[in-house]
Design a protein around this ligand. Structure first.
Ligand SMILES: [Fe+2]
Length: 442
């Protein structure tokens, strides 16, 4: 996309600690525009699966959030850019306004991209006027929420573009390569073709009475509170994610044809959807290929790379086939509590999972964050004493606490500053279009 006037923030710059509200806001806004740079206006119109939204819609909706929940309430004399945008770009806030059906977002050829970019500039300029007035505490809380909201949509923008390009027969790349060069390329140069998988180990944990949920200061979503006690039996957690090569062994062993590995609803999903591999895997003349944001790559080059785009049902079936299980969200959190938030995030510029052997290892050699969100066996529920935010923003998380599973740890398209140990992502168990993978437990 070329029609941007926003300055560019590279992924590497974005990981800097940004504390002032104005800087926080500007960094989040710039990063969204940076991610749109490789896209044409036509790319930004595509809505290729039910879960996805067009990139143009993401640009407008994140702007709508600041207009609706910050500027309209906290900037005296603010004039809305276009009164129709108040309902047009509302996603799901029933108490705010009516809103269009999600599946219609690809029909929004009007307003055009130029008008959406002017909308962003209009709101960004008004936000600067608000910052000059030293916003009150509630406005600052909403701005921090809005920046986190925009970061969530940055991840969605990339997962949605991946699906859009996957469904385009030309199989276009989003980026030619990561900013450090592709891992596959490095592997080839090192002569190992990415096939050397670090042996799977398990870290043992004593369990006992532990605390879970957000602690201390800093931002968190309402669904991370209150901090509360949980009881854990002794357990062990794998020291890396399941790889594409290992997942291919499950497939070769009839994984998708043997109901004994599957939950009943999972087996139904296999049959109804014709699943026989992760979402972006396709076979040609007996060879599997995997579509990524860097184009289509041979599976044999990804053997040591974490498997991604699997549903909860597939993760659970793989674990049962392997004689293991998925961790609970509290086992993951207790294991990771003392670990630094390090791993392959959006800021690496890879835009894809990378083999664990390629990562700079920390002292114990284990990375629990990044690459792929980890499906847990925990249903997405409110913690004991959970209270949603007051008012319309109470619809942000709480109303989705039914029929979804918790995922932990962030992915290769999650901004690093967005993730933390208590962070709870959630999706329906059949969801496959996210960077969702598998970490085994026992
Ligand atoms: Fe949103």
């Amino acid at each position: 996309m070329t029609a941007t006037t926003s300055p560019v923030l590279s992924p590497h710059q974005s990981s800097a600690v940004i504390s002032a509200p104005g800087e926080r806001f500007r960094a989040a806004r710039r990063q969204t525009m940076y991610l749109c740079q490789p896209l044409t206006p036509e790319d930004m119109m595509v809505q290729s699966c039910a879960e996805a939204s067009p990139a143009k819609w993401h640009l407008a909706h994140t702007t709508w959030f600041f207009e609706s929940f910050v500027l309209r309430e906290f900037l005296p004399g603010y004039r809305v850019f276009n009164a129709d945008f108040a309902w047009l770009f509302n996603s799901y806030y029933e108490s705010f306004s009516a809103f269009p059906e999600k599946r219609l977002r690809a029909s929004f050829s009007r307003p055009g991209l130029d008008e959406i970019l002017r909308y962003r500039e209009h709101v960004d300029e008004a936000m600067e006027r608000l910052f000059e007035r030293e916003p009150e505490a509630e406005a600052l809380r909403r701005i921090e929420l809005g920046a986190n909201h925009e970061e969530q949509h940055q991840e969605l923008l990339l997962t949605d573009i991946l699906n859009a390009f996957y469904t385009n027969p030309l199989k276009q790349r989003y980026r030619e390569q990561g900013t450090k060069g592709t891992r596959e390329q490095e592997n080839r140069e090192q002569g190992n073709a990415g096939t050397k998988t670090q042996p799977l180990g398990f870290a043992e944990f004593e369990g006992g009475l532990r605390e879970a949920g957000h602690a201390g200061g800093g931002f968190c979503f309402d669904n991370e509170l209150p901090r509360h006690r949980v009881w854990l039996e002794p357990y062990a957690l794998a020291d890396r994610l399941v790889t594409c090569g290992e997942y291919a062994e499950f497939m070769a062993d009839g994984g998708y044809r043997r109901p004994e590995f599957w939950l009943s609803a999972g087996w139904d999903a296999v049959k109804q959807n014709g699943w026989r591999a992760p979402l972006y895997w396709s076979d040609s003349e007996g060879e599997w290929n995997v579509f990524t944001l860097r184009g289509e790559l041979p599976l044999k080059e990804l053997a040591a790379t974490p498997v991604s785009q699997v549903s909860f049902y597939e993760a659970d079936a793989y674990a049962r086939w392997a004689g293991r299980r998925l961790p609970t969200e509290f086992e993951w959190e207790a294991a990771v509590e003392s670990q630094p938030v390090e791993g392959n995030f959006l800021d690496s510029g890879e835009f894809a999972p990378v083999p664990s052997t390629n990562l700079a290892q920390d002292q114990n050699g284990t990375k629990y964050y990044g690459d792929c969100w980890v499906w847990t066996s925990s249903a997405y529920l409110g913690y004991p004493g959970f209270h949603p935010l007051d008012g319309t923003l109470g619809e942000y998380n709480g109303k989705f606490m039914s029929g979804q599973m918790v995922l932990r740890g962030g992915s290769c398209v999650t901004p690093v500053r967005h993730i933390r140990v208590s962070y709870r992502n959630f999706f329906a168990p059949e969801t496959r279009w996210q960077f969702s993978g598998i970490r085994l437990a026992k």
